[in-house]
Ligand binder design. Structure first.
Ligand code: VG1
Ligand code: CO
Length: 543
Protein backbone atom coordinates (compact mmCIF):
# COMPACT_ATOMS: atom_id res chain seq x y z
CA UNK A 1 0.00 0.00 0.00
CA UNK A 2 1.37 3.39 -0.94
CA UNK A 3 0.21 6.95 -1.10
CA UNK A 4 0.02 8.26 -4.63
CA UNK A 5 0.14 11.85 -5.77
CA UNK A 6 -1.95 12.06 -8.91
CA UNK A 7 -1.64 15.08 -11.17
CA UNK A 8 -4.82 16.77 -12.14
CA UNK A 9 -6.12 20.01 -13.61
CA UNK A 10 -8.93 22.26 -12.37
CA UNK A 11 -12.43 21.30 -13.47
CA UNK A 12 -14.68 24.36 -13.81
CA UNK A 13 -17.97 24.70 -11.99
CA UNK A 14 -17.22 23.12 -8.61
CA UNK A 15 -18.98 25.88 -6.67
CA UNK A 16 -21.39 24.50 -4.03
CA UNK A 17 -24.97 25.79 -4.20
CA UNK A 18 -27.73 26.07 -1.59
CA UNK A 19 -26.62 22.77 -0.04
CA UNK A 20 -23.35 21.35 -1.33
CA UNK A 21 -22.06 20.52 -4.80
CA UNK A 22 -24.78 18.77 -6.82
CA UNK A 23 -24.29 17.45 -10.32
CA UNK A 24 -25.41 14.60 -12.51
CA UNK A 25 -23.88 11.23 -11.60
CA UNK A 26 -22.22 11.26 -15.03
CA UNK A 27 -20.42 14.48 -14.07
CA UNK A 28 -19.25 13.06 -10.73
CA UNK A 29 -17.97 9.93 -12.48
CA UNK A 30 -15.64 11.90 -14.75
CA UNK A 31 -12.00 11.19 -14.00
CA UNK A 32 -10.70 13.34 -11.09
CA UNK A 33 -14.04 15.13 -10.52
CA UNK A 34 -14.77 13.89 -6.99
CA UNK A 35 -11.06 13.70 -6.18
CA UNK A 36 -10.43 17.34 -7.14
CA UNK A 37 -13.26 18.56 -4.96
CA UNK A 38 -12.30 16.42 -1.96
CA UNK A 39 -8.63 17.44 -2.22
CA UNK A 40 -9.72 21.09 -2.45
CA UNK A 41 -11.71 20.55 0.73
CA UNK A 42 -8.80 18.88 2.54
CA UNK A 43 -6.41 21.62 1.39
CA UNK A 44 -8.84 24.26 2.65
CA UNK A 45 -9.29 22.58 6.03
CA UNK A 46 -5.57 21.92 6.60
CA UNK A 47 -4.27 20.44 9.85
CA UNK A 48 -6.03 17.09 9.49
CA UNK A 49 -3.46 15.09 11.46
CA UNK A 50 -5.07 13.31 14.36
CA UNK A 51 -8.49 14.75 13.53
CA UNK A 52 -11.76 12.82 13.21
CA UNK A 53 -14.10 13.13 10.24
CA UNK A 54 -17.58 11.64 9.83
CA UNK A 55 -18.53 10.14 6.47
CA UNK A 56 -21.77 8.76 5.07
CA UNK A 57 -24.46 9.31 2.52
CA UNK A 58 -28.04 8.71 1.55
CA UNK A 59 -27.28 5.41 -0.20
CA UNK A 60 -27.94 6.65 -3.69
CA UNK A 61 -26.12 5.32 -6.76
CA UNK A 62 -22.35 6.07 -6.59
CA UNK A 63 -22.47 6.42 -2.79
CA UNK A 64 -20.43 3.31 -2.04
CA UNK A 65 -17.72 3.97 -4.60
CA UNK A 66 -17.42 7.63 -3.55
CA UNK A 67 -17.02 6.53 0.08
CA UNK A 68 -14.12 4.24 -0.84
CA UNK A 69 -12.43 7.06 -2.79
CA UNK A 70 -12.86 9.55 0.05
CA UNK A 71 -11.56 7.07 2.65
CA UNK A 72 -8.41 6.46 0.58
CA UNK A 73 -7.94 10.20 0.11
CA UNK A 74 -8.49 10.91 3.80
CA UNK A 75 -5.85 8.30 4.66
CA UNK A 76 -3.44 9.87 2.16
CA UNK A 77 -4.06 13.32 3.60
CA UNK A 78 -3.22 12.27 7.14
CA UNK A 79 -6.68 12.26 8.71
CA UNK A 80 -6.51 10.51 12.08
CA UNK A 81 -9.85 8.71 12.08
CA UNK A 82 -12.99 8.47 9.99
CA UNK A 83 -16.33 7.38 11.43
CA UNK A 84 -18.28 5.91 8.55
CA UNK A 85 -21.89 4.80 8.65
CA UNK A 86 -22.34 1.06 8.09
CA UNK A 87 -22.97 0.38 4.41
CA UNK A 88 -21.97 3.99 3.73
CA UNK A 89 -25.30 5.12 5.18
CA UNK A 90 -25.83 8.23 7.30
CA UNK A 91 -28.81 10.53 7.00
CA UNK A 92 -28.01 14.25 6.98
CA UNK A 93 -29.40 14.83 10.51
CA UNK A 94 -27.69 11.67 11.81
CA UNK A 95 -24.36 12.86 10.37
CA UNK A 96 -24.88 16.17 12.16
CA UNK A 97 -25.68 14.32 15.38
CA UNK A 98 -22.58 12.10 15.14
CA UNK A 99 -20.25 15.04 14.37
CA UNK A 100 -21.47 16.80 17.51
CA UNK A 101 -21.59 13.81 19.80
CA UNK A 102 -18.14 12.47 18.81
CA UNK A 103 -16.62 15.97 18.64
CA UNK A 104 -15.38 15.46 15.10
CA UNK A 105 -13.65 18.17 13.08
CA UNK A 106 -16.47 17.85 10.58
CA UNK A 107 -18.16 15.48 8.21
CA UNK A 108 -18.68 14.72 4.55
CA UNK A 109 -22.24 13.88 3.54
CA UNK A 110 -22.86 12.36 0.13
CA UNK A 111 -26.30 13.30 -1.03
CA UNK A 112 -28.25 15.22 -3.61
CA UNK A 113 -31.09 15.22 -1.10
CA UNK A 114 -34.48 15.50 -2.79
CA UNK A 115 -33.05 15.20 -6.32
CA UNK A 116 -33.66 11.92 -8.20
CA UNK A 117 -30.92 9.24 -8.07
CA UNK A 118 -29.67 6.33 -10.16
CA UNK A 119 -27.04 6.29 -12.92
CA UNK A 120 -28.88 9.05 -14.81
CA UNK A 121 -29.83 10.96 -11.67
CA UNK A 122 -27.97 13.34 -9.39
CA UNK A 123 -25.15 13.00 -6.89
CA UNK A 124 -23.87 15.47 -4.36
CA UNK A 125 -21.30 16.16 -1.67
CA UNK A 126 -21.41 18.61 1.20
CA UNK A 127 -19.13 19.40 4.08
CA UNK A 128 -20.36 20.03 7.61
CA UNK A 129 -18.25 21.82 10.20
CA UNK A 130 -17.60 20.90 13.82
CA UNK A 131 -20.93 22.25 15.07
CA UNK A 132 -22.55 19.62 12.84
CA UNK A 133 -23.97 22.16 10.42
CA UNK A 134 -23.42 22.93 6.75
CA UNK A 135 -20.19 24.80 6.08
CA UNK A 136 -20.79 28.53 5.80
CA UNK A 137 -20.15 30.30 2.54
CA UNK A 138 -16.69 31.45 3.66
CA UNK A 139 -15.64 27.79 3.68
CA UNK A 140 -17.44 26.67 0.52
CA UNK A 141 -16.08 29.65 -1.40
CA UNK A 142 -12.55 28.83 -0.25
CA UNK A 143 -13.00 25.22 -1.40
CA UNK A 144 -14.28 26.46 -4.73
CA UNK A 145 -11.34 28.85 -5.12
CA UNK A 146 -8.94 25.99 -4.38
CA UNK A 147 -10.68 23.78 -6.98
CA UNK A 148 -9.82 26.40 -9.58
CA UNK A 149 -6.07 26.09 -9.02
CA UNK A 150 -5.64 22.47 -7.97
CA UNK A 151 -2.95 20.48 -9.75
CA UNK A 152 -2.81 17.18 -7.87
CA UNK A 153 -4.48 15.06 -5.24
CA UNK A 154 -3.32 12.43 -2.78
CA UNK A 155 -4.84 8.97 -2.58
CA UNK A 156 -3.87 5.60 -1.15
CA UNK A 157 -3.69 2.67 -3.58
CA UNK A 158 -5.01 0.28 -0.90
CA UNK A 159 -7.84 -2.03 -1.95
CA UNK A 160 -11.44 -1.19 -1.00
CA UNK A 161 -12.19 -1.80 2.65
CA UNK A 162 -15.20 -3.48 4.28
CA UNK A 163 -17.71 -0.80 5.25
CA UNK A 164 -20.51 -3.27 5.94
CA UNK A 165 -19.30 -4.65 9.25
CA UNK A 166 -19.40 -2.54 12.40
CA UNK A 167 -15.88 -2.33 13.83
CA UNK A 168 -12.51 -0.65 13.46
CA UNK A 169 -10.00 -1.10 10.63
CA UNK A 170 -6.77 0.54 9.58
CA UNK A 171 -6.28 2.18 6.20
CA UNK A 172 -2.64 3.25 5.92
CA UNK A 173 -2.18 5.02 9.28
CA UNK A 174 -5.83 6.07 9.54
CA UNK A 175 -8.45 4.41 11.73
CA UNK A 176 -11.74 3.65 10.03
CA UNK A 177 -14.53 3.04 12.49
CA UNK A 178 -17.67 1.63 10.89
CA UNK A 179 -20.56 2.72 13.09
CA UNK A 180 -24.23 1.82 13.41
CA UNK A 181 -25.83 4.73 11.50
CA UNK A 182 -28.96 4.80 13.66
CA UNK A 183 -27.79 4.33 17.27
CA UNK A 184 -26.54 7.83 18.22
CA UNK A 185 -29.48 9.48 16.48
CA UNK A 186 -32.11 7.22 18.10
CA UNK A 187 -30.61 7.87 21.50
CA UNK A 188 -30.92 11.63 20.94
CA UNK A 189 -34.55 11.37 19.81
CA UNK A 190 -35.37 9.39 22.94
CA UNK A 191 -34.10 12.26 25.07
CA UNK A 192 -36.11 14.91 23.23
CA UNK A 193 -39.54 13.30 23.03
CA UNK A 194 -41.94 11.52 25.35
CA UNK A 195 -41.50 8.00 23.98
CA UNK A 196 -43.77 6.54 26.70
CA UNK A 197 -46.68 8.75 25.64
CA UNK A 198 -46.13 7.89 21.96
CA UNK A 199 -45.88 4.17 22.77
CA UNK A 200 -49.24 4.41 24.58
CA UNK A 201 -50.73 6.17 21.58
CA UNK A 202 -49.75 3.31 19.26
CA UNK A 203 -50.76 0.69 21.83
CA UNK A 204 -54.21 2.32 21.87
CA UNK A 205 -54.68 1.64 18.17
CA UNK A 206 -53.49 4.92 16.65
CA UNK A 207 -52.47 4.28 13.05
CA UNK A 208 -49.78 5.88 10.94
CA UNK A 209 -48.07 5.60 7.58
CA UNK A 210 -44.50 6.83 7.18
CA UNK A 211 -43.35 6.91 3.55
CA UNK A 212 -39.56 6.64 3.46
CA UNK A 213 -39.66 6.95 -0.34
CA UNK A 214 -36.97 4.22 -0.65
CA UNK A 215 -34.50 6.75 0.72
CA UNK A 216 -32.31 6.92 3.79
CA UNK A 217 -34.99 7.63 6.45
CA UNK A 218 -36.19 4.00 6.11
CA UNK A 219 -33.77 2.37 8.57
CA UNK A 220 -34.18 5.23 11.05
CA UNK A 221 -37.99 5.21 10.90
CA UNK A 222 -38.14 1.41 11.16
CA UNK A 223 -35.85 1.34 14.20
CA UNK A 224 -37.57 4.20 16.00
CA UNK A 225 -41.25 4.15 14.98
CA UNK A 226 -41.74 0.41 14.63
CA UNK A 227 -38.93 -0.76 16.91
CA UNK A 228 -38.80 1.63 19.86
CA UNK A 229 -42.31 3.07 19.70
CA UNK A 230 -44.14 -0.18 18.94
CA UNK A 231 -46.04 0.87 15.83
CA UNK A 232 -47.08 -2.21 13.84
CA UNK A 233 -44.77 -3.66 11.17
CA UNK A 234 -45.65 -2.07 7.86
CA UNK A 235 -46.20 1.39 9.37
CA UNK A 236 -43.08 2.47 7.48
CA UNK A 237 -43.52 1.94 3.74
CA UNK A 238 -40.87 2.03 1.00
CA UNK A 239 -38.49 1.46 3.89
CA UNK A 240 -35.51 -0.06 2.09
CA UNK A 241 -33.10 2.55 0.69
CA UNK A 242 -32.57 1.87 -3.02
CA UNK A 243 -29.80 3.29 -5.20
CA UNK A 244 -32.37 4.82 -7.55
CA UNK A 245 -35.13 5.37 -4.94
CA UNK A 246 -37.23 2.86 -6.88
CA UNK A 247 -37.25 5.28 -9.82
CA UNK A 248 -39.26 7.76 -7.75
CA UNK A 249 -38.45 11.34 -6.84
CA UNK A 250 -37.56 11.37 -3.12
CA UNK A 251 -39.03 14.79 -2.49
CA UNK A 252 -41.81 14.68 0.11
CA UNK A 253 -44.48 16.97 -1.25
CA UNK A 254 -48.05 16.18 -2.24
CA UNK A 255 -47.01 15.78 -5.88
CA UNK A 256 -44.14 13.33 -5.42
CA UNK A 257 -45.48 11.46 -2.40
CA UNK A 258 -48.68 10.68 -4.31
CA UNK A 259 -48.96 7.17 -2.83
CA UNK A 260 -49.15 8.56 0.70
CA UNK A 261 -51.54 11.37 -0.24
CA UNK A 262 -53.88 8.89 -1.89
CA UNK A 263 -53.80 6.65 1.17
CA UNK A 264 -54.53 9.59 3.49
CA UNK A 265 -57.50 10.60 1.36
CA UNK A 266 -59.02 7.11 1.31
CA UNK A 267 -61.80 5.70 3.49
CA UNK A 268 -59.38 3.54 5.49
CA UNK A 269 -56.84 6.31 5.94
CA UNK A 270 -54.55 6.01 8.95
CA UNK A 271 -54.70 8.73 11.61
CA UNK A 272 -51.39 10.24 10.64
CA UNK A 273 -49.15 10.32 7.59
CA UNK A 274 -45.59 11.51 7.03
CA UNK A 275 -42.83 11.30 4.46
CA UNK A 276 -39.16 12.20 4.24
CA UNK A 277 -36.70 12.94 1.43
CA UNK A 278 -33.53 11.40 0.01
CA UNK A 279 -31.26 12.28 2.93
CA UNK A 280 -34.02 12.34 5.62
CA UNK A 281 -33.79 16.01 6.51
CA UNK A 282 -37.18 16.99 5.05
CA UNK A 283 -40.60 16.05 6.36
CA UNK A 284 -44.15 16.23 5.15
CA UNK A 285 -46.97 16.00 7.69
CA UNK A 286 -50.37 14.77 6.54
CA UNK A 287 -53.62 14.24 8.39
CA UNK A 288 -56.72 12.48 7.10
CA UNK A 289 -57.58 14.32 3.86
CA UNK A 290 -55.48 17.20 5.14
CA UNK A 291 -51.93 18.34 4.23
CA UNK A 292 -50.03 20.57 6.62
CA UNK A 293 -47.94 23.25 4.92
CA UNK A 294 -44.35 23.25 6.17
CA UNK A 295 -44.65 26.88 7.26
CA UNK A 296 -47.69 26.02 9.38
CA UNK A 297 -45.91 22.98 10.78
CA UNK A 298 -43.07 25.18 12.07
CA UNK A 299 -45.57 27.58 13.64
CA UNK A 300 -47.57 24.77 15.27
CA UNK A 301 -44.48 23.11 16.73
CA UNK A 302 -43.21 26.45 18.04
CA UNK A 303 -46.56 27.25 19.66
CA UNK A 304 -46.66 23.83 21.33
CA UNK A 305 -42.98 23.18 21.90
CA UNK A 306 -43.28 22.64 25.63
CA UNK A 307 -45.25 19.39 25.17
CA UNK A 308 -41.94 17.71 24.30
CA UNK A 309 -39.53 17.01 27.18
CA UNK A 310 -36.57 18.39 25.19
CA UNK A 311 -38.28 21.79 24.91
CA UNK A 312 -40.10 21.88 28.23
CA UNK A 313 -38.33 25.08 29.28
CA UNK A 314 -39.62 26.91 26.22
CA UNK A 315 -37.88 28.22 23.15
CA UNK A 316 -35.47 31.14 22.93
CA UNK A 317 -36.36 32.18 19.42
CA UNK A 318 -37.48 31.04 16.00
CA UNK A 319 -35.66 31.39 12.70
CA UNK A 320 -37.19 30.94 9.27
CA UNK A 321 -35.93 31.42 5.76
CA UNK A 322 -37.18 34.60 4.10
CA UNK A 323 -39.61 32.92 1.68
CA UNK A 324 -41.15 30.84 4.50
CA UNK A 325 -44.54 32.15 5.63
CA UNK A 326 -44.84 34.51 8.55
CA UNK A 327 -47.05 32.11 10.52
CA UNK A 328 -44.08 31.50 12.83
CA UNK A 329 -43.60 35.26 13.39
CA UNK A 330 -47.04 35.45 14.99
CA UNK A 331 -46.16 32.63 17.35
CA UNK A 332 -42.85 34.26 18.25
CA UNK A 333 -44.66 37.48 19.01
CA UNK A 334 -47.17 35.70 21.25
CA UNK A 335 -44.35 33.90 23.07
CA UNK A 336 -42.35 37.10 23.41
CA UNK A 337 -39.30 35.66 21.64
CA UNK A 338 -37.47 36.93 18.55
CA UNK A 339 -38.09 35.62 15.03
CA UNK A 340 -35.13 35.77 12.64
CA UNK A 341 -35.46 35.93 8.87
CA UNK A 342 -32.54 34.34 7.00
CA UNK A 343 -31.71 33.53 3.37
CA UNK A 344 -32.75 30.14 1.99
CA UNK A 345 -30.57 27.21 3.07
CA UNK A 346 -29.90 25.62 6.45
CA UNK A 347 -26.34 26.98 6.59
CA UNK A 348 -27.72 30.36 7.65
CA UNK A 349 -29.27 28.98 10.85
CA UNK A 350 -26.01 27.66 12.33
CA UNK A 351 -24.76 30.84 13.96
CA UNK A 352 -28.20 31.61 15.48
CA UNK A 353 -28.44 28.10 16.92
CA UNK A 354 -24.85 28.16 18.23
CA UNK A 355 -25.43 31.53 19.88
CA UNK A 356 -28.61 30.31 21.57
CA UNK A 357 -30.68 32.93 19.78
CA UNK A 358 -33.00 30.45 18.06
CA UNK A 359 -34.28 27.07 19.23
CA UNK A 360 -36.54 26.10 16.33
CA UNK A 361 -35.88 26.75 12.64
CA UNK A 362 -37.82 26.08 9.49
CA UNK A 363 -38.10 26.47 5.77
CA UNK A 364 -41.13 26.35 3.51
CA UNK A 365 -39.45 23.53 1.56
CA UNK A 366 -40.54 20.84 4.05
CA UNK A 367 -37.65 21.52 6.40
CA UNK A 368 -37.95 21.85 10.17
CA UNK A 369 -35.39 21.44 12.91
CA UNK A 370 -33.99 22.66 16.20
CA UNK A 371 -30.86 23.16 18.21
CA UNK A 372 -30.60 19.37 18.81
CA UNK A 373 -28.43 19.15 15.67
CA UNK A 374 -27.41 21.69 13.03
CA UNK A 375 -29.42 20.36 10.09
CA UNK A 376 -33.09 20.14 9.39
CA UNK A 377 -34.44 16.83 10.55
CA UNK A 378 -37.35 14.96 8.99
CA UNK A 379 -37.92 12.21 11.53
CA UNK A 380 -37.47 14.66 14.41
CA UNK A 381 -40.42 16.69 13.06
CA UNK A 382 -42.53 13.56 12.72
CA UNK A 383 -41.75 12.52 16.30
CA UNK A 384 -42.57 16.03 17.50
CA UNK A 385 -46.00 15.77 15.85
CA UNK A 386 -46.54 12.33 17.36
CA UNK A 387 -45.64 13.73 20.77
CA UNK A 388 -48.08 16.60 20.24
CA UNK A 389 -50.89 14.27 19.13
CA UNK A 390 -50.20 11.94 22.06
CA UNK A 391 -50.40 14.78 24.57
CA UNK A 392 -53.41 16.63 23.12
CA UNK A 393 -55.42 13.68 21.82
CA UNK A 394 -56.32 15.85 18.82
CA UNK A 395 -56.15 14.97 15.13
CA UNK A 396 -53.72 16.74 12.79
CA UNK A 397 -56.56 18.76 11.29
CA UNK A 398 -57.91 19.78 14.71
CA UNK A 399 -54.46 20.90 15.82
CA UNK A 400 -53.97 23.06 12.73
CA UNK A 401 -57.53 24.45 12.76
CA UNK A 402 -57.21 25.54 16.38
CA UNK A 403 -53.83 27.08 15.58
CA UNK A 404 -55.43 29.15 12.81
CA UNK A 405 -58.32 30.11 15.06
CA UNK A 406 -55.84 31.47 17.59
CA UNK A 407 -53.24 33.07 15.31
CA UNK A 408 -55.01 33.51 11.98
CA UNK A 409 -54.07 31.67 8.80
CA UNK A 410 -51.20 32.48 6.47
CA UNK A 411 -52.35 31.13 3.12
CA UNK A 412 -49.20 29.99 1.40
CA UNK A 413 -48.06 28.33 -1.80
CA UNK A 414 -44.91 27.85 -3.86
CA UNK A 415 -45.01 27.62 -7.63
CA UNK A 416 -41.99 26.02 -9.29
CA UNK A 417 -41.10 26.37 -12.95
CA UNK A 418 -38.55 23.58 -13.29
CA UNK A 419 -35.98 23.01 -16.01
CA UNK A 420 -36.43 26.34 -17.74
CA UNK A 421 -33.70 27.89 -19.84
CA UNK A 422 -31.01 29.31 -17.53
CA UNK A 423 -30.45 32.37 -19.69
CA UNK A 424 -34.16 33.18 -19.75
CA UNK A 425 -34.37 32.71 -15.98
CA UNK A 426 -31.54 35.17 -15.41
CA UNK A 427 -33.12 37.70 -17.74
CA UNK A 428 -36.40 37.38 -15.81
CA UNK A 429 -34.64 38.03 -12.51
CA UNK A 430 -32.59 40.92 -13.91
CA UNK A 431 -35.72 42.53 -15.38
CA UNK A 432 -37.45 42.20 -12.02
CA UNK A 433 -34.54 43.87 -10.22
CA UNK A 434 -34.71 46.79 -12.62
CA UNK A 435 -38.44 47.19 -11.91
CA UNK A 436 -38.09 47.10 -8.11
CA UNK A 437 -37.40 50.77 -7.58
CA UNK A 438 -40.69 51.82 -9.16
CA UNK A 439 -43.05 49.33 -7.60
CA UNK A 440 -43.66 50.92 -4.19
CA UNK A 441 -47.01 52.71 -4.10
CA UNK A 442 -48.37 51.00 -7.21
CA UNK A 443 -51.88 49.58 -7.06
CA UNK A 444 -52.25 46.08 -8.41
CA UNK A 445 -55.32 43.90 -8.45
CA UNK A 446 -56.75 45.24 -5.13
CA UNK A 447 -53.31 45.34 -3.53
CA UNK A 448 -50.92 48.24 -3.03
CA UNK A 449 -47.18 47.61 -3.00
CA UNK A 450 -45.60 48.74 0.28
CA UNK A 451 -42.03 47.96 -0.79
CA UNK A 452 -40.06 45.78 -3.15
CA UNK A 453 -36.42 44.75 -2.85
CA UNK A 454 -33.81 42.08 -3.40
CA UNK A 455 -33.29 40.44 -0.01
CA UNK A 456 -29.92 41.03 1.65
CA UNK A 457 -28.92 39.54 4.97
CA UNK A 458 -26.41 40.44 7.64
CA UNK A 459 -25.87 37.63 10.11
CA UNK A 460 -26.59 39.10 13.57
CA UNK A 461 -23.93 36.87 15.16
CA UNK A 462 -20.88 37.04 12.90
CA UNK A 463 -21.76 39.96 10.65
CA UNK A 464 -21.32 37.96 7.43
CA UNK A 465 -23.45 39.15 4.55
CA UNK A 466 -25.46 37.52 1.79
CA UNK A 467 -26.94 39.43 -1.14
CA UNK A 468 -29.38 38.75 -3.98
CA UNK A 469 -31.29 36.20 -1.91
CA UNK A 470 -34.69 36.67 -3.52
CA UNK A 471 -36.77 39.46 -4.99
CA UNK A 472 -39.74 40.27 -2.82
CA UNK A 473 -42.79 42.40 -3.39
CA UNK A 474 -44.55 43.17 -0.14
CA UNK A 475 -48.07 44.63 -0.10
CA UNK A 476 -49.45 47.11 2.41
CA UNK A 477 -51.48 44.33 4.10
CA UNK A 478 -48.35 42.17 4.47
CA UNK A 479 -49.15 39.86 1.56
CA UNK A 480 -46.01 38.86 -0.33
CA UNK A 481 -44.67 37.55 -3.59
CA UNK A 482 -41.07 36.29 -3.60
CA UNK A 483 -39.07 35.17 -6.62
CA UNK A 484 -35.80 33.29 -6.56
CA UNK A 485 -33.83 30.80 -8.61
CA UNK A 486 -33.11 27.38 -7.13
CA UNK A 487 -29.54 26.61 -6.06
CA UNK A 488 -29.94 22.83 -5.91
CA UNK A 489 -30.96 21.85 -9.42
CA UNK A 490 -28.69 20.24 -11.99
CA UNK A 491 -30.56 20.97 -15.22
CA UNK A 492 -31.29 24.42 -16.62
CA UNK A 493 -32.83 26.69 -14.00
CA UNK A 494 -35.80 26.46 -11.66
CA UNK A 495 -37.78 29.57 -10.87
CA UNK A 496 -39.54 29.49 -7.51
CA UNK A 497 -42.41 31.88 -6.85
CA UNK A 498 -43.58 32.06 -3.25
CA UNK A 499 -47.00 33.49 -2.42
CA UNK A 500 -48.43 34.45 0.94
CA UNK A 501 -51.54 36.19 2.28
CA UNK A 502 -52.71 36.50 5.88
CA UNK A 503 -56.33 35.93 6.86
CA UNK A 504 -57.44 36.69 10.41
CA UNK A 505 -61.14 35.84 10.03
CA UNK A 506 -61.81 32.21 11.07
CA UNK A 507 -64.85 32.02 8.78
CA UNK A 508 -62.42 32.49 5.88
CA UNK A 509 -59.96 29.75 6.87
CA UNK A 510 -61.24 27.01 4.58
CA UNK A 511 -60.83 28.50 1.12
CA UNK A 512 -58.84 26.31 -1.27
CA UNK A 513 -55.29 27.69 -1.16
CA UNK A 514 -54.86 28.49 -4.86
CA UNK A 515 -58.19 30.30 -4.83
CA UNK A 516 -57.25 32.29 -1.74
CA UNK A 517 -54.05 33.37 -3.49
CA UNK A 518 -55.52 33.89 -6.98
CA UNK A 519 -55.09 37.67 -7.06
CA UNK A 520 -51.45 37.43 -5.93
CA UNK A 521 -50.76 34.65 -8.45
CA UNK A 522 -52.02 36.89 -11.24
CA UNK A 523 -49.84 39.78 -10.04
CA UNK A 524 -46.80 37.50 -9.77
CA UNK A 525 -47.21 36.38 -13.35
CA UNK A 526 -47.75 39.82 -14.79
CA UNK A 527 -44.98 41.65 -12.89
CA UNK A 528 -42.35 39.07 -13.91
CA UNK A 529 -43.85 38.24 -17.32
CA UNK A 530 -43.40 34.60 -16.39
CA UNK A 531 -45.27 33.14 -19.33
CA UNK A 532 -43.47 35.28 -21.89
CA UNK A 533 -40.03 34.89 -20.28
CA UNK A 534 -40.14 31.16 -19.62
CA UNK A 535 -42.49 29.94 -22.29
CA UNK A 536 -44.54 28.22 -19.57
CA UNK A 537 -48.11 29.18 -18.85
CA UNK A 538 -48.25 27.04 -15.69
CA UNK A 539 -45.83 25.98 -12.97
CA UNK A 540 -44.55 22.39 -13.14
CA UNK A 541 -45.02 21.83 -9.40
CA UNK A 542 -47.34 23.59 -6.97
CA UNK A 543 -46.87 22.97 -3.25
C1 VG1 B 1 -34.03 23.99 -1.77
C2 VG1 B 1 -34.99 24.61 -0.79
C3 VG1 B 1 -34.26 25.10 0.44
C4 VG1 B 1 -33.46 23.94 1.04
C5 VG1 B 1 -32.55 23.34 0.00
C6 VG1 B 1 -31.81 22.12 0.49
O1 VG1 B 1 -33.11 24.95 -2.21
O2 VG1 B 1 -35.71 25.65 -1.39
O3 VG1 B 1 -35.17 25.63 1.36
O4 VG1 B 1 -32.69 24.39 2.13
O5 VG1 B 1 -33.32 22.94 -1.14
O6 VG1 B 1 -32.68 21.14 0.94
P1 VG1 B 1 -33.25 25.72 -3.62
O7 VG1 B 1 -32.03 26.56 -3.74
O8 VG1 B 1 -33.37 24.66 -4.67
O9 VG1 B 1 -34.51 26.50 -3.52
V1 VG1 B 1 -32.26 19.52 0.72
O10 VG1 B 1 -33.32 18.59 1.65
O11 VG1 B 1 -32.38 19.38 -0.93
O12 VG1 B 1 -30.68 19.47 1.21
CO1 CO C 1 -32.75 16.80 1.99
Amino acid sequence: MAIQTVSSTPIPGQRPGTSGLRKKVSVFRQPHYLENFVQSLFDTLGGLAGKTLVLGGDGRFHNRSAIQTILKMAAANGVGRVLVGQGGILSTPAASCVIRKREALGGIVLSASHNPGGPDGDFGIKYNISNGGPAPESVTEAVYARSETINSYRISDAPDIDIDTVGTLLLEQMQVEVIDPVADYAELMQRLFDFDAIRKLFAGGFTMCFDAMHAVSGPYAKAIIEGMLGAPQGTVINAVPLEDFGGLHPDPNPVNAAQLIELMAGVDAPDFGAASDGDADRNMIVGRKFDVTPSDSLAVLAANATVAPGYRDGIKGIARSMPTSRAADRVAEALGVPCYETPTGWKYFGTLLDAGKATLCGEESYGTGSNHVREKDGLWAVLFWLNLIAVTGKSVQQIVASHWARFGRNYYSRHDYEGIDAGAANILMDDLRVKLANLAGQDMNHYTVAFADDFSYTDPVDGSQAHKQGVRIVMTDGSRIVYRLSGTGTEGATLRVYLERYEADPSMHNIPTQQALAALIAIADSVANIAANTGRSNPSVIT
